[in-house]
Design a protein around this ligand. Structure first.
Ligand code: GDP
Ligand code: MG
Length: 340
C-alpha cells in the first residue's frame, strides 16, 4: 500500500502543546514543603530545617518538564510558609502570603505527612483536614502524603489514602518521600497535566525570580537555624548591607538581627566561634548556588521587637501580602539562574 503525504513529516514538525501555570505548595509547618520544592528542582534553593516556620516568604522555583504525552510543561512552583497559629505581625503576614498563594494558583499541592510514630491504623490528621476544608471547592488539589520513609509497612497507606478520599475529591493522591527523592516525579507529572495550555514565561535556565542577595540572607539564616534552639531561630532575621560584584566574585556584608542581647551572645559564641562557623557554611552554600567565589562578612545586632514592627518588617523585605506578580513587577533585579 502506498500513502501520499502533501509534505513529508520530517519537514513539518508537530507544534508541541505547552502548558504553564502556578503551583502553590501548601500545608502545615514542617511537613516537608521546602524539601519537596528542592527535590523537584534538584537544587537546594529553599532552606530546610527541623524548626517550624523556617520558610517565611513565598519562594518561586521554575521547572520545565516534558510530560509522558509529550506536552512541555512549565511549573511555577511556589513554596509557601506553613499555615499556623501565630500572633506576631510576622506570623500574620506569613499566613496571608500562603493563603493568597493557594487562592491564586492553578494547582495546589496540599502536603501532609506520615506521623513520626505511626499507629497501626493511619487516619487523616485533624489539622490537615481543616486546612483542606479551607481550600476553594473548585481548586485543583493534588494531595501529597510525604515522609512515607517513616513507614515500615507501606500497606498502612491504604487506610490513610482511603480516609483522605472521603475528605474531598483530589485530582491525585501521591505518596512521597521528599527527603529520599522518592515519588517526586509522579507529582510533577500529575500537576503538569493539570496546568492550562499557555506559552512559557521563563527561559530554560531560569530558576527563580528572587535575586542572589535574597538567597544570601536565607542561607545565613539557615545556618543559624541549624545551630540555635528554642526561641533564637524565631527571633532571628538577616539583612544584606552590601552585595557587590567584583572581578569574578561577590563581596557580601550581612547583619544577623536578634531580639535580645542574650541571643546575640549565643550566636557570637565563645570568642566568635559560632558566628565563624555560621559564616563559613553559609558562604559555601551561597557560592554553590551562584557559582562564583564569595567573600562573606557577618555582624550580629540586637533589634528589639522587629517581628512586630511593621515598618521594620517592610525594611527587612517581609512583604505584606505582595503577590508573586507584584514582586516580579517591582524594581529590576537580577534573578538567580541555573549554572552548570
Ligand atoms: P516545611 O516547613 O514544610 O517547608 O518543611 P521542611 O522542608 O523544612 O522540612 C521539615 C523537616 O522535615 C526537615 O527536618 C526535613 O528534613 C524533614 N523532611 C522533609 N521531607 C521528609 C521526608 O520525606 N521524610 C522524612 N523522614 N523527613 C522529611
Ligand atoms: Mg518550608
Amino acid at each position: 500500500m502506498c500513502y501520499v503525504r502533501a509534505v513529508p513529516t520530517a519537514k513539518r514538525p508537530e507544534a508541541k502543546v505547552t502548558r504553564s501555570g502556578t503551583v502553590a505548595i501548601v500545608g502545615r509547618p514542617n511537613v516537608g514543603k521546602s524539601t519537596l520544592l528542592n527535590a523537584a528542582l534538584a537544587v537546594d534553593l529553599a532552606i530546610v530545617s527541623e524548626t517550624p516556620q523556617t520558610t517565611r516568604e513565598n519562594l518561586l522555583g521554575v521547572l520545565h518538564r516534558t510530560l509522558s504525552d509529550g506536552t512541555l510543561a512549565e511549573l511555577l512552583l511556589l513554596d509557601t510558609p506553613g499555615l499556623h497559629e501565630g500572633k506576631t505581625t510576622l506570623n500574620k503576614r506569613m499566613n496571608r502570603v500562603a493563603k493568597q498563594a493557594s487562592a491564586a494558583a492553578d494547582v495546589v499541592i496540599m502536603t501532609t505527612e506520615v506521623p513520626k510514630e505511626a499507629r497501626r491504623e493511619l487516619l487523616p490528621y485533624g489539622p490537615d483536614v481543616a486546612l483542606v476544608r479551607q481550600l476553594a471547592q473548585d481548586a485543583k488539589v493534588v494531595l501529597v502524603v510525604n515522609k512515607i520513609d517513616r513507614l515500615k509497612d507501606k500497606t498502612q497507606l491504604f487506610t490513610l489514602i482511603g480516609g483522605w478520599t472521603k475528605v474531598r475529591e483530589f485530582e491525585a493522591v501521591v505518596p512521597t518521600s521528599a527527603l529520599k527523592k522518592d515519588g517526586v516525579e509522579p507529582i510533577l507529572e500529575e500537576v503538569g497535566r493539570l496546568l492550562p495550555e499557555a506559552a512559557h514565561q521563563h527561559g530554560v535556565d531560569d530558576l527563580t525570580d528572587r535575586p542572589s542577595r535574597f538567597f544570601a540572607a536565607q542561607f545565613v539564616r539557615e545556618q543559624v537555624l541549624k545551630r540555635a534552639w528554642e526561641e533564637v531561630p524565631h527571633a532571628t532575621t538577616v539583612s544584606i548591607e552590601e552585595f557587590e560584584e567584583h572581578g569574578k566574585g561577590v563581596r557580601i556584608s550581612a547583619t544577623v538581627h536578634v531580639e535580645r542581647d542574650g541571643q546575640k551572645k549565643i550566636l557570637i559564641g565563645e570568642k566568635g566561634s559560632m558566628l565563624k562557623q555560621i559564616g563559613t557554611d553559609a558562604r559555601k552554600r551561597i557560592a554553590d548556588l551562584i557559582g562564583v567565589p564569595v567573600h562573606l562578612e557577618l555582624f550580629v545586632r540586637t533589634t528589639p521587637g522587629w517581628r512586630d514592627n511593621a515598618s521594620l518588617l517592610d525594611e527587612l523585605g517581609y512583604a505584606e501580602g505582595a503577590s508573586l506578580h507584584d514582586r516580579a513587577a517591582a524594581a529590576p533585579r537580577k534573578p538567580a539562574r541555573k549554572h552548570k
